[in-house]
Design a protein around this ligand. Sequence first.
Ligand SMILES: [Zn+2]
Length: 302
Amino acid sequence: MKKKSNDYSGGSFADRMSLLSQWLDNSDKVLIGAGAGLSAAAGLNYLDEELFRQFQPEMVAMGYRYPYELFERDKLNWPPAREWAYNVRHVNFVRYVFPPSELYKKLLKLVEDKDFFVITSNCDRQFMRTGFPMERVFEAQGSYDRLRCIEGCTKETWNIKPFIDKLLPLIDSETFMISDESAIPRCPYCGAPLFAAVRSYEGYLDERERYVDWLMSATEKKLCIIEIGVGFNTPVVIRWPFERLTYAIENAHLFRVNCEYEQWPGHGGFPMVPEELKDKATPMPFDARKVIEHLYNERFGT
Ligand SMILES: [Zn+2]
């Protein structure tokens, strides 16, 4: 019989929450890894058709259903005027219209008195906007905030906000293009297009170094590792390193919170936690909101 993904370790929701709760309270250090599933639980869901209808009606008219379908839109070969129309709408909504999330604030309250660190692949800046001390956050995929020269002629980067403010009124809703091509962001040095500065912006290496230093300081400690909503989009950023850390650090335990696990392609090849970690990892196939609010209510009431 095929083994189910969460056969080993765990027990009921209450059993797993109680184990997580004990580790959270009794660990010297807490490492959080957050992926798209955390922001989805907070309401910023890249599979949400209703939100997409509100904020990208022209895209819906073209037959798209949700933002996730457009994550690899480079294959569509859109002209820059379309790319920027889509991009400024998307970033404006995710980064400026959507409010700082109460769920993130609850997560902060759970760990703020601990020696904690966050690594995230989310670009939406929710950690910053909800008051996390950014010297304890590593945005491993950068954020939507910075743009860089696509040709890399300079290390300088530019804030996207002034471009959003300039371009939003220039979106032609008939063609869904920026109506004035001269307004499209270009490098002031070489004239090449500007593009999201994912890992190449000022300060990225410092951020990464702080994260690595913190991890090095955790190797001999009791370490509670909580992974929230990390899928298989970029597993090399959080998911696989967390498995190796859990394996390598003697007194560590991994709690893998992911309610959509079963739906991910490739699921058949990957158990929810690897068998080698069966005594050191607990699969938590529950919604991130349910897990965070349970811990929060236990400590601070509803
Ligand atoms: Zn340039």
